[in-house]
Design a protein around this ligand. Structure first.
Ligand code: SAH
Length: 213
């Protein structure tokens, strides 16, 4: 199979799309995306587009993952909260950036996707990610505050609880839903003031209320 070659072309493509952070590129290179896609789609693992993972959900486009993670400016040792685990791929990429001393908590509302992501992360030998079955609107209070928060589904507004759970000087990245598609948004918290900047248009599956058993 040509997955190794495909991976290198993908890396060249995302660099050409202006992803510059070498640490992010290195983390994308280290993460085996083929472990996070359904078996029948393995050959498409390194195509630069989203793929269906069941239950109406998708594993995000690799470029979008790299772009959001670059905006997050992750440091070694960071404690990160992710809302929308999906396949676990985005969490896996971040797990390389936080290193052994860092940790990722990831909340997913669909129980069977939690199981899918857990299996995928296990196959990838990634141990610094914990998956929580729950409603991301509430964040994950138990381990707050977080250095970084990332929402990987489109939301009309940043849930207040997530702002509360972000550390001072912490960074949050989220796609905010507009009339058409989502606007990538970065929020930096500073002395309880929020500095908000926008970073282009994207398309995401929606953040929903209520969990599925
Ligand atoms: N980060 C994922 C892609 C996420 S797709 C990956 O790397 O594969 C968005 C995910 O958000 C979906 O799995 C969806 O079920 C989940 N989601 C939607 N609303 C949610 C909510 N309120 N709480 C937690 N997860 C939610």
């Amino acid at each position: 199979m040509g997955l190794i070659k495909d991976k290198e072309s993908l890396i060249n493509e995302i660099k050409a799309m202006d992803i510059r952070d070498e640490n992010v590129i290195d983390a994308i290179r280290k993460t085996k995306r083929e472990l996070f896609v359904p078996d029948k789609l393995k050959d498409d693992s390194y195509k630069n587009y989203p793929l269906p993972i069941g239950y109406g959900q998708t594993i995000s486009q690799p470029y979008t993952v790299a772009y959001m993670i670059e905006l997050l400016n992750i440091k070694k040792g960071n404690k990160i909260l992710e809302i929308g685990t999906g396949s676990g791929y985005n969490a896996a990429v971040m797990s390389f950036l936080v290193g052994k001393k860092g940790f990722i908590y990831s909340v997913e509302r669909i129980r069977r996707l939690c199981d899918f992501a857990k299996d995928n992360l296990k196959k990838a030998h990634i141990n610094n990610v914990k998956i929580i079955h729950g409603d991301g609107y509430h964040g994950y209070n138990k381990e707050k505050p977080y250095d970084r928060i990332i929402i990987t589904a489109g939301t009309p507004k940043i849930p207040n609880k997530l702002i509360e759970q972000l550390k001072d000087k912490g960074i949050m990245v989220a796609p905010i839903s507009k009339f058409y598609g989502e606007e990538m948004t970065r929020i930096i918290k500073n002395n309880n003031k929020l500095k908000i900047t926008t970073h282009g248009s994207f398309a995401f599956v929606p953040l929903k209320k209520h969990i599925e058993r």
